[in-house]
Design a protein around this ligand. Structure first.
Ligand SMILES: Nc1ncnc2c1ncn2[C@@H]1O[C@H](COP(=O)(O)OP(=O)(O)OP(=O)(O)O)[C@@H](O)[C@H]1O
Ligand SMILES: [Mg+2]
Length: 251
């Protein structure tokens, strides 16, 4: 069953097209990797889905309902089902809040649960991302965590409201290579366990392969290829995808 459907999306900034006629879909519980080089338009697509910015044309449907341009209560309901995890948790985690407050914040924003429910949910989310014992982290601030711990907190915050879709925009780009794999595997396992779909944005094909069901390749604002991980990476049809695969094999 389709959860997210983007159709013919075009976005411009100051009259310059950044995204041109992009269509892609994510099924319930599915993990889709969106890959492409810098400036390909990947983050722009994710930001539009998250309600940040408006496109020139195109539609975005979530669970059968159009979500672009929603306001008020309806917009908030969709926002609690779609959670975005950004590239740099340093910039995206509120610096003035403790870890406990950061992880609880989405529940506060969406008015979910009472104090006790929120505390229990925070502990469960911390455990799910392997920040244990949680007590060691709850009263710290983001700057008092390692890079990997910060990104785990970002995921705990992402899953605490039990969203149906996580938009993960280069969630490991600030981390070293061995940690990247560990964090992506954690994200994939976490989402699979809870039937959360992922749109995983990355320029790293090695990471795109990990746990993704399908791959969508963007270049210059357009989708140039999409399909199963095996077919796209094993037998790329587009010249640009082939170049990405060859570059990944060399690295
Ligand atoms: N707010 C903005 N104002 C003007 N131009 C923008 C804005 N956001 C993105 N762009 C431009 O749109 C194009 C696509 O940017 P986008 O951030 O979507 O690329 P990306 O695929 O995520 O790249 P990267 O891998 O470097 O993160 C780029 O040319 C970028 O400069
Ligand atoms: Mg980006």
């Amino acid at each position: 069953m389709t959860l997210l459907e983007i159709k013919d999306l075009s976005v411009s900034f100051h009259g310059v097209r950044a995204v041109e006629g992009v269509s892609l879909s994510v099924d319930v519980g599915e993990s889709v990797a969106l890959v492409g080089g810098s400036g390909a338009g990947k983050s722009t697509v994710a930001r539009i889905v998250a309600g940040l910015g408006s496109p020139d044309s195109g539609t975005v449907t979530f669970d059968g309902a159009r979500i672009l341009g929603l306001r008020g209560k309806k917009a908030r309901a969709v926002r609690s089902d779609i959670h975005m995890v950004f590239q740099d948790p340093y910039a995206s985690l509120p610096p003035s809040l403790t870890v406990a407050e950061i992880v609880a914040e989405p529940m506060a924003i969406h008015g979910i649960g009472d104090k006790e429910f929120r505390r229990d949910s925070v502990l469960a989310a911390m455990e799910a991302v392997n920040l244990i014992p949680a007590e060691r982290f709850l009263t710290r601030y983001a700057y008092e965590l390692s890079g990997g711990e910060r990104q785990r907190v970002a995921f705990a915050r992402a899953v605490v409201t039990k969203p149906r879709l996580i938009l993960a925009d280069e969630p490991t780009s600030g981390l070293d290579a061995s940690l990247r794999v560990e964090i992506i595997d954690l994200m994939v396992r976490l989402c699979r366990d809870q039937c959360i779909a992922i749109l995983h944005i990355t320029h790293d094909l090695a990471l795109a392969q990990r746990g993704s069901d399908r791959v969508v390749v963007m270049q210059g604002g357009r989708v140039v290829e999409s399909g199963s991980v095996e077919s796209v990476l094993g037998n790329p049809q587009h010249q640009y995808t082939a170049a990405l695969v060859a570059a990944a094999a060399r690295s």
